[in-house]
Design a protein around this ligand. Structure first.
Ligand code: OVM
Length: 397
């Protein structure tokens, strides 16, 4: 008889149920009860402790991305789109593609964007103040990345609402085939057509981040089609994530006016505050890796070809790693949070995300004395993102 050593405890927690999504934090203890747990409903393993999440992210040869970072194994099931050349790829291809997109997002490249972002932020904040009570999701949280980021990439003005729909498709399809998955894919054909066209060399502006990717096709490093797919990564990862980070930041400051006062007194605190928002309300809550070989996590044997869910949200509130994990505190040390992931797949757009949020919240700090919630924010029931659907606010100048 073979002895069962170090088996992962089972849990009936369902990270893709509406109940969980509306309040993930009340379920995280169950995910953190052991270094690895088995989620019965999907028959996958999960890690929610900071230490193991960190460890899995660091070991990219064992815990690969090439089988997808959603529940579905892209090597076994046909994916709905060509896999991403960055997110869903492993070295050596990942390394080559990542270098190309990194160059486009380098500090030197981003420096020239600051002034344009500032003008847009000032204009948008002034308009939002004038609206009185307004919904901050379409009017602010979506609008800012949709103007600042989409302009920076160089995509057409017409039809930009498809960017939000596409983000919903990309992130909701990382979960199981549930209602959220099907809802996000309802209009897929029209959205994919728009996105595919937006990624073409002929469609992009000549001076944007998108055009910069095509210079790698010009010198033969990648093909024209690969350049289009790398541009697609900008449009997949660059809108919904930032939108929900902005929305969460607005709620955090509305709920903690004393911390908003600190930011108003010292706007340079915005950057540190944003890291705390990412820890406290991580926009990208969950994703997966797949084992490329049999391995042990904290002594528990894991077979090859096993999907493992990483709860970024749980790791960023793990009491073993963070003091007072459930308190929003912009003065804490947030170094090491995994809100942007970590390691070779760590968010390649993190510097532009930080720039967008810094500029927007500095404009808010300049014009807005208080951020008032005019009703309960309506959560977006979403397989992957910590989303807000409706956010009634008033900005007091
Ligand atoms: C991509 C992609 C899509 C979603 C997220 C992401 C967080 C990347 O298509 O490359 O990174």
């Amino acid at each position: 008889m073979q002895e069962q050593l170090g088996t992962a405890p089972h849990t009936d927690v369902d990270p893709f149920s509406a109940e969980y999504i509306l309040n993930p934090y009340s379920h995280h203890d169950a995910l953190r009860q052991a270094p690895v747990v088995r989620i019965e409903k999907y028959d996958v393993l999960a890690v929610g402790r900071f230490e193991q999440v960190q460890q899995v992210l660091a070991d990219y040869n064992t815990f690969i991305s090439g089988a997808g970072v959603g529940l579905s194994n892209l090597k076994a099931e046909k994916p709905w789109r060509t896999p991403s050349l960055l997110l869903e790829t492993d070295p050596p291809n990942h390394t080559k593609n990542r270098a190309i997109i990194s160059r486009a997002l380098s500090p030197a490249s981003l420096r020239s964007l600051r002034e344009r972002f500032e003008a847009k932020a000032d204009d948008l904040v002034t308009k939002c103040i004038a609206l009185g009570e307004f919904d901050a999701i379409p009017n602010l949280a979506e609008m800012f990345p949709m103007r600042a980021f989409a302009d920076a990439v160089g995509v057409p003005q017409e039809g930009r609402h498809h960017l939000v729909a596409y983000g919903n498709m990309v992130f909701n399809t990382m979960g199981p085939r549930n209602e959220m998955f099907e809802d996000a894919m309802r209009n897929a054909e029209e959205v994919i057509t728009w996105i595919t066209n937006a990624c073409r060399r002929e469609t992009l502006t000549k001076d944007g981040l998108g055009a910069q990717i095509y210079t790698a096709a010009d010198d033969g490093t990648i093909t024209e089609a690969e350049a289009g797919l790398i541009v697609r990564s900008f449009l997949s990862a660059g809108i919904d994530t930032t939108t929900n980070a902005i929305a969460s930041a607005l709620v955090c400051f509305a709920d903690h006016p004393e911390q908003w006062d600190k930011v108003r007194e010292k706007p340079d605190l915005v950057r540190a505050a944003f890291e705390e928002v990412l820890r406290f309300e991580s926009p990208f809550q969950t994703f997966f890796r797949t084992t490329s070989r049999p391995v042990e996590i904290a002594g528990m044997p894991i077979p090859a070809n096993q999907k493992i869910l990483l709860s970024i949200g749980a790791a960023n509130r793990d009491p073993a790693r963070w003091e007072r994990p459930d308190e929003f505190d912009i003065t804490r040390r947030t170094t090491g949070h995994v809100g942007f992931g970590a390691g070779i797949h760590g968010c390649v757009g993190q510097m532009i995300a930080r720039l967008e949020v810094e500029v927007l919240f500095k404009a808010l700090a300049k014009h807005v004395r208080a951020i008032e919630l005019c009703g309960v924010p309506k959560r977006q029931v979403h397989n992957t993102l910590r989303g807000i659907e409706k956010l009634p606010l008033r900005l007091h100048s």
